[in-house]
Design a protein around this ligand. Structure first.
Ligand SMILES: Cc1ncc(COP(=O)(O)O)c(C=O)c1O
Length: 489
């Protein structure tokens, strides 16, 4: 067994291979090719049911709107809908997909900072549950569109709660330093617009979302307190009670799979990627707090994304090459940031195991990189390491720079471990599994360096294999206009 890893539910090992829901993943990759995303329907349905039940137990009028930006594959959406959940969208494209998946308009809430007139027109025409309005400017646009359609738009006003939360700066969305939501000044303007347009605008709720991978429930509790105060003030200003409060998503999952004593822990502080508590139970507690702060008739909305699908999927990637740099072994995978954008964009930690060698101890530190043509395509923090060298060189000149200070700075600057623990014999032909890659990855794949987007399959509850999406064909590397060029020759 890979010694540095605790496997989560559904994962196991048999005959030295990693298994998911009892299926040998090495065999699945032999059949379906690599790189390959593999999802578990069992896990997905169980996650959705846990959220539904935890929310209901916490608050009789709580509703879960799955944040479809985390994974809007139609098969996945249908599993979530079958569990009785609703859906959050972020664009006209996601609205279209939600409708294709069978969600009713009243099951849909619409976020986004720059909604187009066409998107607003479609949302108002469909009569969705709420447009979460990000700015006064957007509210004026909605009023104009709704007036033109002679319809009333149901809206929720997204506010800036001024609360930190989220593992990295790029996913902290709750302060005025981010691009999201209305400050007090903007809210005053928005209230004026709503009051001036009573036939076009129905202010049904307010919305906050403080960030992603928020580890501390205290941050969510502060969000509830903020929302309760803001709801009272907003109702006073509008002269009518709100009907719902939307507390957003952001619930964490445990990416670390840590086990005491592994050198992975010694190398790097991965606390931002751990989760102190299971997301559904955290959400249930927040729902219960909301129950104590709001009137009983108030509906409480949540928008979890990552925590719904993250641990439902993994990415199998073949080792294509190896070499030594000095004494350190390097492994070259066939998957890079073309398939896992967050590995470089937000320097996100995805735990690795050698799916081909589960019976061997993960006792050797490898540098692990992807196949793309730039140095940033790696599973360590190349930018952080570079910056750290420069900072350390400067600090070396500063008298009194002690070890504790240096250590603290290094942890802040270099986010990812330099190496990954894998079995010593890991070599080309082996399959590395990157765990918990079910959220945001299928949505963010692209074809840089002429690389085909990966195939994704799901192991069904009935053990059948469902293809979620096919691997791109070579001709998919050409756009329609490029194909016309070929046809013309
Ligand atoms: C408004 C809003 N709601 C929900 C989510 C989902 O967040 P998470 O995937 O962390 O649950 C996001 C993520 O960006 C968001 O912006």
């Amino acid at each position: 067994m890979n010694t540095s890893t605790t496997l989560s539910a559904g994962l196991g090992s048999a005959a030295g291979h990693l298994t998911l829901d009892g299926h040998d993943l090495v065999e699945l990759a032999a059949e379906h090719g690599s790189p390959l995303f593999v999802f578990s329907e069992r896990r997905l349905a169980a996650n959705a049911a846990s959220f539904r039940e935890a929310a209901r137990a916490g608050h009789g009028r709580a509703r879960i709107f799955f944040a479809s930006k985390a994974c809007s594959n139609l098969h996945v959406l249908k599993v979530i809908r079958a569990q009785g959940l609703d859906i959050e969208i972020n664009s006209g494209g996601e609205l279209w997909k939600a409708l294709q998946a069978g969600f009713a308009p009243r099951q849909i809430v619409f976020n986004g900072v720059a909604k187009s007139v066409a998107e607003i027109r479609e949302a108002v025409t469909q009569g969705i549950q709420a447009i979460n309005v990000d700015s006064a400017c957007e509210l004026a646009r909605i009023a104009e569109v709704a007036t033109g359609l002679d319809r009333k738009a149901t809206v929720s006003l997204r506010l800036v709660p001024g609360i930190g939360g989220g593992a990295t700066a790029g996913i902290q969305t709750g302060s005025a330093a981010s691009k999201f939501g209305m400050t007090e000044d903007e809210l005053r303007t928005a209230i004026g617009i709503a009051r001036d347009n009573p036939r076009a605008i129905d202010v049904a709720g307010l919305h906050i979302h403080i960030g992603s991978q928020v580890l501390d429930i205290v941050d969510f509790a502060q969000g509830v307190a903020f929302a309760a105060d803001a709801a009272r003030r907003l109702a006073g200003a509008m002269g009518s009670q709100l009907r719902h409060v939307n507390l957003g998503g952001g619930y964490p999952i445990d990416y670390t799979h840590r086990q005491q004593g592994s050198n992975q822990v010694a190398q790097s502080d991965l606390s931002a990627f751990a989760a102190p508590e299971a997301a559904p139970s955290m959400l249930g507690e927040v729902a219960a707090q909301a129950g104590r702060q709001f009137a009983a008739e108030m509906e409480i909305f949540f928008e979890p994304g990552r925590s719904m699908v993250g641990d439902c999927g993994l990415l199998l990637s073949r080792v294509e090459s190896q070499r030594y740099r000095g004494t350190t072994p390097w492994l070259y995978l066939d998957a890079g940031y073309n398939l896992l954008l967050d590995s470089t964009a937000t320097r996100w930690y995805y735990h690795m195991v050698n799916a081909s060698r589960m019976a061997e101890p993960a006792d050797t530190a490898f540098r692990v990189v992807g196949p793309l043509c730039d140095s940033a395509d790696c599973f360590f923090d190349v930018e952080g390491e570079y910056l750290w060298k420069a900072v350390k060189a400067r600090l070396g000149d500063v008298a009194g720079a002690d070890d504790a200070l240096l250590d603290d700075l290094k942890r802040r600057i270099v986010r990812l471990p330099e190496t990954r623990d894998l079995p010593a014999a890991s070599r080309p032909g082996d399959l590395v599994a990157l765990l918990d890659t079910g959220a945001y990855s299928l949505e963010e794949m692209f074809q840089y360096c002429g690389r085909q987007r990966a195939k994704a399959i799901m192991i069904g509850i009935d053990d059948s294999i469902v293809t979620l999406r096919e691997r791109d064909r070579p001709e998919d590397l050409l756009d329609v206009a490029e194909r016309r060029l070929l046809d013309a020759v």
